[in-house]
Design a binder for this molecule. Sequence first.
Ligand code: GRF
Length: 218
Amino acid sequence: MTVLPVAVVISGRGSNMEAIVRASLSGTSRYRVVRVVADRDGAGGLTRAVALGIPTSVVPVKQFSDRAAFDAALAAELEASGAQLVALAGFMRILSAEFVQRFEGKLLNIHPSLLPKYKGLDTHARALAAGDSEHGASVHFVTAELDGGPVIMQGRLRLRAGDTPDAVSARVHTLEHIIYPHVCSLIAAGRIECRAGAVFFDGAPLTEPLIEENDAAA
Ligand code: GRF
């Protein structure tokens, strides 16, 4: 069985990174996490990664004069890791078109909304303010358009009367921790592919995202 080497890129606490790593620890996983890269020393997820026995690196954004220099250093670090799939997980920087092109079809992101709704920040507050009944998270391939790449899988939950952004965030995270490892496994198994900017599932174009509805989180 071939095992796909995966790198995870973080800026923050890294709970999605941890879920991706933990799901890979079973003997049957088709992927393994070879490196966790953060853009700052203080990213809480670095401590988690070390505790999980995963090699870590920091590409400190503050030390680079511009985005192109930072992106080049990040790309070099990821390529040196041998990763064939890169999962952005709470990575708070916008990557250049050059970077995205370099990792085309091998670069994933998770976004806390049902894309194409609520690209950008404050997604939970925006969904609540709009009175939406449904919300969730999306795993997508990354393209040069922010939060605009083709969606692979969504986790969906129902919003409740009295919900706050923090309460929703906790439930969305529960779903994220299911869907992100699941997508990594499907890619590692060769069941999901990105060709010419479109997602293929078991060889056929994916016309709607795969859906995970989790009652425990909903
Ligand atoms: C997640 O909600 C993800 O959707 C967003 O950033 C958050 C990261 O959380 N991109 P964590 O650092 O994985 O806990």
